[in-house]
Design a protein around this ligand. Structure first.
Ligand SMILES: Cc1ncc(COP(=O)(O)O)c(C=O)c1O
Length: 454
């Protein structure tokens, strides 16, 4: 429990003055949004927060108040808000040529595809560009079906793969599913994460049994041959969950035995976020056949991609495949700048170092706060599961929201995830510092103390 007499750790100083905000008031924006904008939108906080400017790991509201951003536009701002190099490259490209399409040659498209190939295991060297993670997963599954001639796809329970009709079929959370006829040919296998699985044993044993469920699923529910298995190396929306290190190796072997391709959804785990490796799958010593990516590749630009082997990519050449904005020169300029910045600014190493410091701090909080069921994750892809009762792991959903609100009051913006909405998600821009981490840990300590007492 926090020593409440201890003075709070201050947010680290930051030499930056946001521009004076002169737009419509927060109340006007809220009223306009309620009247004219898609009613399915939601905001994270009871009293919605308006953000009008960002610089690196910080965001500013309309009054100029600074917040430390620990959710990065939902794991999207990889290099930092308005990173100077990314801004400069995008501005140059917007002022030179904003759009043509892939019917003409443009260097940016080919250069980014080559750069991505240089980051992949040998053989994964051909890329399709699209605009969102959902589209990337749709395309990956389409390619797998065409290439294998099989139609059945296996995804993992508790996964999130997108919101388009076919990626939503891969997603495995009732909270996102509309009562519409399901898409055929998608099956969900058991989640290998011991914290949410009913399987028992060590993490390795749970992972082995979960991988064996793929075999059972194929045997009972498919013609025996499948098109693909798709999985996130660490489930993001699902609350930072994953199986023991043997899961992917064993799952991929079973999938391949049945003719399937392995798709790694790196929308959240890619680009160094897990710290040890550039791609999430590398943490398990496996090589997928298709890699899908979005979010962090653009640092906020609407950019996503599917990288695979040439023979798989060629499956789409039998008909016309076209995407108006896929390969757009501005998005490509953003992607190229982002990949350079990740290397130049040492962001993967920073994710490893600062992420390790954060995880150690979160585990200390776990020792002191009964609300914390588990602190977990890798690099800067971290989660804190809040429970009402450690022995039953009953989700502390209302308390999670209360912690989020309390942290916001103290200047820290967190995310929320897990099927029961009881996991704090910590996925900041990868440029955060050790001082930011210490400030966030102090805020969390105080928020947990306050909520734990109420
Ligand atoms: C792992 C994963 N895959 C796919 C998607 C879908 O991406 P988008 O929202 O860009 O369609 C998301 C979005 O959160 C995601 O987290």
């Amino acid at each position: 429990m926090t020593d409440v007499m201890k003075p709070p750790v201050a947010m680290p100083p930051f030499e930056y003055t946001p521009r004076p905000y002169t737009g419509p008031s927060r109340e006007e924006v809220l009223a306009l949004r309620s009247q004219y904008v898609n009613p399915a939108l939601f905001t994270l906080y009871r009293d919605p927060l308006m953000i009008v400017e960002g610089k690196m790991q910080y965001l500013f509201d309309e009054t100029g108040r600074r917040y430390l951003d620990f959710f990065a536009g939902i794991v999207t701002v990889s290099c930092g808000h308005c990173h100077p190099k990314v801004v400069q490259r995008v501005q140059e490209q917007v002022g030179t040529l904003q759009h043509t399409s892939t019917i003409y040659l443009h260097p940016n498209l080919s250069l980014l595809a080559r750069k991505l190939a240089s980051k992949m295991p040998a053989g994964l060297d051909v890329t399709y560009f699209v605009n969102s993670g959902s589209e990337a997963n749709d395309l990956a599954v389409t390619m797998a079906r065409l290439f294998t001639g099989n139609s059945e796809v296996i995804a993992v329970r508790n996964a999130y793969h997108g919101g388009s009709p076919s990626s939503l079929a891969l997603t495995s959370h009732h909270t996102w599913k509309y009562p519409l006829p399901p898409q055929a040919g998608v099956h969900h296998t058991l989640c290998p994460d011991p914290s949410i699985s009913r399987l028992t044993g060590t993490a390795d044993e749970v992972a082995r049994q979960a991988a064996l469920d793929i075999r059972e699923l194929i045997r009972y529910s498919t013609p025996g041959r499948i098109a693909a298995f798709i999985a996130e190396p660490i489930q993001g929306v699902g609350g930072v969950t994953r199986g023991g290190p043997n899961y992917f190796r064993e799952a991929y072997a079973i999938v391949r035995e049945h003719g399937g391709l392995c798709i790694s959804d790196e929308v959240q785990t890619g680009f160094g976020r897990t710290g040890e490796h550039y791609w999430g799958f590398q943490n398990y010593g496996v090589t997928p056949d298709i890699v899908t990516m979005a979010k962090g590749i653009g640092n906020g630009a609407p950019l996503a991609a599917v990288t695979t082997r040439r023979e798989i990519a060629e499956s789409l050449t039998q008909r016309i495949h076209f995407n108006t904005f896929g390969g757009n020169p501005v998005s490509m300029a953003a992607g190229l700048a982002v990949l350079e910045v990740i290397d130049e600014d040492g962001l993967q190493e920073n994710a490893r170092k600062v992420g390790g410091r954060l995880l150690r701090g979160l585990r200390r909080l776990q020792e002191h706060h009964a609300l914390v069921g588990e602190a977990r994750g890798m690099g800067l892809m971290l989660g804190v599961e809040l429970v009402a009762d450690r022995s039953t792991r009953a989700p502390a959903t209302a308390q999670t929201l209360a912690v989020l609100e309390a942290a916001r009051e103290m200047g820290l913006l967190l995310g929320k995830g897990g099927l029961e909405g009881n996991v704090l998600r910590i996925k900041p821009p990868m440029c955060i510092t050790a001082d930011d981490a210490d400030f966030a840990l102090d805020v969390l300590d105080r928020a947990l103390t306050r909520v734990g007492r109420s």
